[in-house]
Design a protein. Structure first.
Length: 114
């Protein structure tokens, strides 16, 4: 089982990034997928989640209207489009899968700074 995140990096405030999480080794289409983040000295928090059939999405209040979660059940990939990024979005972003089991990716660093 693998969840491999990509797309993180350094971006200026107001900029955009698109994170991807490629899944393998489990029935991706049956799992609810989420993005979490953890900033230095803070607890890991839920950023966004999407149901297995894409009919239901949820977002943290801090990212509503700026971030969009989506998934492709053919490519076994979940995405997080992040727009209007702020310095407080700086964190390690983790991909998470919840179904019969729980899976975590290794994380990708997002740094928002001028």
């Amino acid at each position: 089982v693998q969840l491999v995140e990509s797309g993180g990096g350094l971006v200026q405030p107001g900029g955009s990034l698109r994170l991807s999480c490629a899944a393998s080794g489990f029935t991706f289409s049956s799992y609810r997928m989420s993005w979490y983040r953890q900033a230095p000295g803070k607890e890991r928090e839920l950023v966004a989640s999407i149901s297995s059939t894409t009919t239901n999405t949820n977002y943290a209040d801090s990212v509503k209207g700026r971030f969009t979660i989506s998934r492709d059940n053919v490519k076994n990939t979940v995405y997080l489009q992040m727009n209007s990024l702020k310095p407080e979005d700086t964190a390690v972003y983790y991909c998470h899968g919840r179904g019969y089991y729980l899976y975590w990716g290794q994380g990708t660093q997002v740094t928002v700074s001028s």
